[in-house]
Design a binder for this molecule. Structure first.
Ligand SMILES: Cc1cc2nc3c(=O)[nH]c(=O)nc-3n(C[C@H](O)[C@H](O)[C@H](O)COP(=O)(O)OP(=O)(O)OC[C@H]3O[C@@H](n4cnc5c(N)ncnc54)[C@H](O)[C@@H]3O)c2cc1C
Length: 301
């Protein structure tokens, strides 16, 4: 049972911001969804561990959010507490070519930091709008690179609320998957190993990635990026296109005309609209091509 006064007091002691009855649509890039019971801005691994212990001891449901760029929030909201890994926990430290990022650091900030220090390895990931914690959780990737290529270790909080370290070889990294996916472990920092490179070349690679994104992706509308994972042997966008589903609409949700792999929010989409549209896409694609598309964003339940 959640005791909001007690939780507010604990947050005060830990120096963490707390917003009771917080509307989550502002915290996800898809821009819909109802409230949570409270949202807490995590400010350290130790605070996160204490908060998790408190929530678990009280059997309070909790969830974790980074930038909210790969999350779907139900219209009825989330009946629990959200730990937000954002700007209150976003430091990036460099020691030679080793970069240590707190989980709330934006991947984009890590890319810029690396470029300014003539370090290569992150440039293809520039433009992915998430945090470093979210990137590791999903093993984010683009244009032939993945966070898996540069990660060496991470600090996380395990199911018993202990702070642990894990090395890359134990992270079970594969396409949009890590050892953390689907578990209740919480990533608190990620250490990357980059290579020395040429700052100008790195910058032009980043600019090129960004311009590819803006020419191909509907960045002028809220979305969660690619709506479906890449099925083995094909591409979700190709299959959706082949089925003639560009522009298909449910309420305020629409298959983007610019990139059929993206479901976009026309401005007034509800979660129900998005899930209904995704269900239609999945059944039409299955019927016409035999491929079973799997949702990429995580539904916060
Ligand atoms: C326009 C657009 C383009 C995109 N392009 C790409 C792309 O090219 N490649 C790609 O891979 N993705 C892409 N994405 C999806 C998304 O940006 C990535 O998956 C990103 O890594 C998610 O990070 P996040 O911080 O937003 O995580 P969130 O969306 O906040 O969370 C995603 C999942 O990770 C969990 N999580 C987040 N932080 C932590 C943590 N610290 N500890 C434990 N669990 C955590 C959450 O609980 C949730 O289950 C795109 C999204 C958009 C909107």
């Amino acid at each position: 049972m959640l005791n909001i006064n007690e939780l507010t007091q604990l947050c005060g002691e830990l120096g963490c911001r707390i917003i009771p009855e917080c509307t989550l649509s502002e915290y996800i890039t898809f821009r819909f969804g109802g409230p949570c019971r409270a949202l807490i801005g995590v400010n350290s691994a130790e605070s996160a561990a204490k908060l998790l212990r408190y929530l678990k001891d009280g059997s309070v449901k909790y969830g974790v959010l980074g930038r909210g760029s790969n999350v779907i929030v139900p219209d009825e909201g989330f009946d629990g507490v959200i730990l937000l890994f954002g700007s209150d926990f976003a430091q990036i430290e460099l020691d030679g070519n080793i970069m240590k990022c707190q989980a709330g650091a934006l991947l984009a900030s890590a890319c810029v930091h690396a470029q300014q220090s003539s370090l290569s390895g992150l440039e293809n990931l520039f433009g992915i709008p998430g945090t470093i914690g979210g990137a590791l959780y999903m093993n984010a990737g683009a244009y032939g690179s993945e966070i898996a290529d540069v990660v060496v270790s991470a600090e996380y909080i395990d199911s018993d609320c202990n702070i642990r370290t894990i090395n890359r070889e134990d992270m079970d990294l594969s396409y949009r998957h890590s050892v953390f996916s689907g578990t209740d472990c919480v990533i608190t920092s990620v250490t990357l190993k980059l290579r020395e490179g040429d700052a100008d070349k790195i910058k032009s690679a980043m600019t090129e990635c960004m311009s590819k994104r803006s020419s191909k992706q509907p960045l002028d509308h809220p979305s969660a990026g690619s709506t479906f994972k890449r099925p083995q042997g094909s591409y979700a966008s190709l299959l959706i296109d082949q089925c003639g589903l560009k522009g298909l609409t449910c309420g305020g949700a629409m298959v983007s005309e610019k990139h059929s792999g993206f479901v976009i929010n026309k401005g007034y989409a509800t979660c129900a609209d998005v899930l209904e549209l995704c269900g239609k896409i999945q059944s039409i694609v299955k019927e016409k091509t035999g491929y079973q598309l799997e949702l990429e964003p995580v539904i916060l339940r």
